[in-house]
Design a protein around this ligand. Sequence first.
Ligand code: AMP
Ligand code: ZN
Length: 461
Amino acid sequence: MPIRLYDTLSREKRVFKPQDPSRVTMYVCGPTVYNRAHIGNFRPVIVFDTLFRLLRHTYGEEAVIYARNVTDIEDKIIAASQETGESIEAITKKYAAIYDADAAAVNALPPTIIPWATEHVGEMLSMIEALERKGYAYATEAGVFFNVPQMADYGRLSKRSLEDNQAGARVDVDLGKRDPADFALWKFAKEGEPEDAIWDSKWGRGRPGWHIECSAMAAKHLGKTIDIHGGGIDLQFPHHENEIAQSECAHGQTMANYWMHNGFLDMAGEKMSKSLGNVVLLNDLLNDWDGEVIRFAMLSGHYRAPLDWTGDLLGQAKATLNRIYGALRRVWDAEGGVAADKGVREALSDDLNTPIALAELSRLAGAANGAADRKDEAGMAEAKADLLAAGRLLGLLTKSPAEWEQGGDSDENAQIDALVAARIQARADKNWAEADRIRDELAARGIEIMDSASGATWRRV
Ligand code: AMP
Ligand code: ZN
């Protein structure tokens, strides 16, 4: 069954043909880590995780290499460091860890590679040098810039002409740009900027521009031409356009064969964004909703269309998942079934049609109920296998029906186990203050520890 994907560059759905089926490559622009990400930021995470799952299923788990970067150097990170007095490393490590935990809570598999920008400054500088050598880059008082008019076909992805790019922009005298559309490859350090935000270069001390980060990291980890490049639709211009300009001018070959962009997550018809102040944090939602409910709600719309985020959406997702888990419970003890249904895979293979895939999942739940009503053991076993196989592709049904119905999830239980173990260690170290603190923390979560000669057990109270 061929996979068809909508390619933003050619503006058409095309059959997906990887360059090498034993090494399928996908790069997705990742977070800038200086604060907690909002639920809109997790739309690309969930959408491209679903594609990652489909590709792994199709080409083999080891055959798909998915890189999602961490942008850990940027003006907003420097500002956060200056404001809080914390080091850049402390800030970025903290928010990257929160991001990873949030992504895991919505069942996003860890990407194969998570490259951090500050660990690739050498590669970025080599790329800027190559661009300079070929006549695409020039230095000014403010930094090193990419000269857009040098690239004859700049603007193919966003279908903007050079005039479009120049209109509204102006030649910034301070930056010394030759053309309004030119963009920074390297920014010289300004007075008073922290040392941990500054690197040496042959042009002067400073830091990389945002776009060159992705160009350099994608090439290093996935190759000069990658199969799929993804991100939110707001990244199409200027970020992805500039990635193409840098990579194709430096390497002389196509950067990506398929460009994929998710639509916006909206609140009351407006893009969810920090600047509009209408953000909902995934971290907060997880207090009230299971991660699978959030994932289901996110996948209920097609990834290219805008999705309006409402409480109703979550309520409906929860009710549907309750019904599906209820059906799964009825066939749970049936063993030995082999998954045969291809409905979910077919829907996902058609440009990730998740609304149809979720409808197929409900249909499979209906089949499970039917088999259970008829006491058809073979049918029950097959329905169970079909549901779990479909769930694996969608990142859903990762719990047992009992876990789902108790509400306690295995991640939380593992967390509690870890805290109980940490308390046992603290007591062994005679660190009574820490032991008491952990006991209080658990008590606040409704967990009681029962000490015994051989260790400790816990229960919910
Ligand atoms: P940012 O931190 O703004 O660079 O965004 C990180 C990722 O989230 C990018 O791929 C953005 O395109 C995407 N993104 C940001 N806001 C939204 C939104 N409201 N809906 C969908 N995707 C978004
Ligand atoms: Zn990028």
